[in-house]
Design a protein around this ligand. Structure first.
Ligand code: COA
Length: 196
């Protein structure tokens, strides 16, 4: 069996997903430099286009080496850039994350994109579990995960804490308090095989 790879193109009713690459730095910067959009993200907010260019190069590299599959999300009708979603395939598991530009929030786009990515991933014979995490206060993201078919399994203490990142404030440098070290985790599993 070959190495599992995501499809380059995914299409939903309103959205098109295609590989994020070097040409996408300006669009990446639109969400990655936004304080509201990056509030719950585990990466530091970008301040220069050079940082976005570096991330764009990383995206292209990921598609090449298969370590992750970051798509840019655009609206089919207008071609407008909406945001990004990334799937990481580590059979038997796969995990994913996403971020949208604020003007496109609350129109069902994240749920639509996540549903398509989850459906593709869980349909692969090599994948038994699709999972994602979000900050406990990130109500919108938890809802997106539920709408894409995942279910809440628990709360992880000290997940991605300061010790891991080496940064004060851990992986949520813009948040403080005990919640910085905990994440709700939501997962989708294939049904257990029937026993005789
Ligand atoms: C989280 C995020 C992707 C949601 O995108 P979106 O396209 O607005 O989400 P949807 O429109 O698909 O909404 C999904 C559900 O969340 C709800 N929702 C969306 N924003 C909400 C908010 N601010 N507060 C409460 N509920 C919210 C919607 O009502 C919908 O639930 P419903 O169908 O039961 O009404 C978007 O807010 C975002 O990019 N945030 C910053 C990045 C981020 O947090 N990424 C996830 C990291 S784990």
């Amino acid at each position: 069996m070959g190495i599992l790879r995501s499809p380059e193109l995914l299409t939903t009713e309103r959205l098109q997903l295609r590989p994020m690459g070097i040409a996408d730095a300006t669009d990446i910067f639109r969400y990655a430099s936004d304080p509201e959009a990056t509030r719950f993200m585990t990466f530091a907010r970008q301040h220069t286009i050079a940082e976005a260019e570096s991330f764009a190069r990383r995206c292209a590299q990921c598609w090449q080496d298969g370590s992750a599959f970051p798509w840019r999300i655009s609206e089919r009708a207008t071609g407008a850039f909406i945001g990004a979603i990334e799937l990481r395939l580590k059979p038997p598991k796969a995990d994913f994350g996403y971020i949208l530009c604020p003007p496109h929030w609350r129109q069902g786009f994240a749920s639509e994109a996540a549903t398509a990515v989850v459906a593709w991933a869980i349909a692969q014979p090599e994948i038994f579990r699709v999972w994602a995490t979000c900050h406990p206060d990130n109500i919108a993201s938890a809802r997106v995960l539920e709408k894409s078919g995942l279910s809440r399994e628990g709360r992880l203490a000290c997940w991605g804490a300061a010790a891991e990142s080496g940064r004060a404030g851990g992986r949520f440098p813009r948040l403080c308090g005990d919640a910085t070290t905990r994440l709700a985790i939501v997962r989708l599993m294939k049904a257990a095989p029937a026993t005789a």
